[in-house]
Ligand binder design. Structure first.
Ligand code: ATP
Ligand code: MG
Length: 411
């Protein structure tokens, strides 16, 4: 038997219905804040992710799904969305052709070769927003508020952790401090972190393997080493978040896995106590557009894991819409049932017909099994009189109506 590729899921039935409604709600929420959708391909040249995500990140070093196409081009399944949005932004000259800031959202599948477990898959889905062409701390606050707004819409209790990771001016000196600090502690670090000291020392701060932040209490933090401009930006961010009524915690160990972030970094963590409880993360990436060859463009954005979001939505958040089922009891009734199905299609009622004639008892069993709230039956007598029998599955009550009358009843 052939089964699905490891770490990749099928979506169907009730879960698919809830998932679809979740996506609809999200699209409405972000559209109201004037984000428009951007769809980019599932694959890109691998060079884009190497430059856009960063050669030294786990995403690029370990988690990429890549392959050579028939012409030998090195292609990767997209592991995240920002690099593609920026590539498209540059390729279509959006900076010249559209009013700034340019606000986009995306929803779709992403691919990372990770060890599958709850909340961690090889094909997973993200909502992302990106705002290009605006450097203000207020816009960062709006961006974080948008993530928070999605969670509060779904009645999810979550914490917002913010940090500033500085800029090209102040980060290098801080980086040196970190390298110095950890130089004497090398033997207590995991293999990855021993390399990271030289390649990407900030990533030591959120390493889940050797977990230095729980072991050492005097690790230098970026917020103590910000330049004047970054410090002002961070203060303004906090002020604006307060105005947006977003409660936040300053967490100097939020560094994000990706190299292109500047200043604002944030993460939203669900208050479930479980692992894989980071629902969303993001921040400012003022250098990425220029790094990929575009015009100097400040930018900010986040990505939210939709599987993790979905699992946090309270069970009773969506009530199921009522289902009705139609059955024919004899061959002569089938055409009337077809006609009835056509009739029902004009109305906002979830209805399905079973065109294979069956005995009343069998129809009742089937309707019960599918969870129908109402059952419609057409038998010999009903055909003659152009009538239909409606049964309320909950109360057992049944009544005969004209075949065109039904809309009045089910409403
Ligand atoms: P984590 O620390 O959990 O690996 P990350 O820092 O790699 O997360 P990002 O690259 O910031 O995650 O992606 C944003 C969000 O996408 C995460 O907060 C998470 O909700 C979700 N996400 C990331 N990787 C996966 C995955 N393999 N499966 C499911 N969701 C994921
Ligand atoms: Mg990860």
């Amino acid at each position: 038997m052939i089964s699905a590729v490891k770490g990749m899921n099928d979506l169907f039935g009730k879960r698919a219905v809830r998932w679809g409604r979740m996506e609809e709600d999200i699209k409405l929420l972000v559209s109201n804040a004037n984000f428009t959708e951007m769809r980019t391909p599932m694959v890109e040249e691998i060079a884009l992710f190497k430059r856009g995500v960063g050669e030294t990140t786990d995403v690029v070093q370990k988690e990429m799904y890549d392959f050579l196409d028939k012409k030998g081009r090195h292609i990767a399944m997209r592991p995240e969305g920002t690099a593609s949005v920026v590539r498209a932004f540059i390729e279509h000259g959006i900076a010249m052709n559209e009013p700034m800031p340019f606000k986009v959202f995306y929803i779709g599948p992403f691919f990372r070769y990770e060890r599958p477990q709850k909340g961690r898959y090889r094909q997973f889905h993200q909502l992302g927003i990106e705002i290009l062409g605006d450097e203000t701390a207020q816009m960062d606050a709006e961006m974080i508020f948008t993530a928070f707004r999605v969670l509060t819409h779904f009645k999810i209790d979550a914490e917002v952790h913010i940090n500033s990771i500085g800029c090209k001016e102040c980060r290098p000196a801080y980086r040196e401090k970190l390298v110095e600090y950890f130089a004497s502690k090398k033997e207590h670090l995991c293999e990855d972190c021993k390399t990271r000291i030289n390649t990407n020392p900030l990533r030591l701060l959120d390493c889940k393997i050797c977990d230095p932040k729980s072991k050492y209490k005097d690790i230098p933090v970026m917020t103590d080493h910000l330049c004047g401009a970054c410090d002002d930006h961070f203060k303004q961010l906090q002020k604006s978040l307060a105005i947006f009524h977003v409660p936040y915690i300053i967490d100097p160990f939020i560094v994000r896995g990706l190299d292109y972030y500047t200043r604002t970094a944030f993460e939203v963590v669900a208050n479930t106590g479980g692992s894989q409880n980071a629902v969303a993360g993001g921040g400012r990436y003022d250098n990425l557009v220029a790094d990929i060859g575009g015009p100097d463009t400040p930018a900010t954005g986040f990505a939210m894991g939709l599987e993790r979001l979905f699992d946090l939505i309270p069970e009773d958040f969506y009530s199921e819409s009522m289902l009705s089922a139609g059955y024919a009891l004899c061959d002569e009734a089938v055409d009337d049932l077809v006609h009835f199905a056509k009739h029902m299609s004009h109305h906002p009622i979830r209805f399905f017909a079973d065109y294979k004639p069956k005995k009343f008892k069998k129809a009742l069993q089937k309707a019960d099994k599918t969870g129908a709230a109402f059952m419609f039956i057409i038998g010999e007598d009903e055909v003659k009189e152009k009538k239909i029998l409606m049964k309320n599955m909950k109360t057992g009550e049944q009544k005969v109506y004209g075949q065109h009358e039904v809309m009045i009843i089910v409403r």
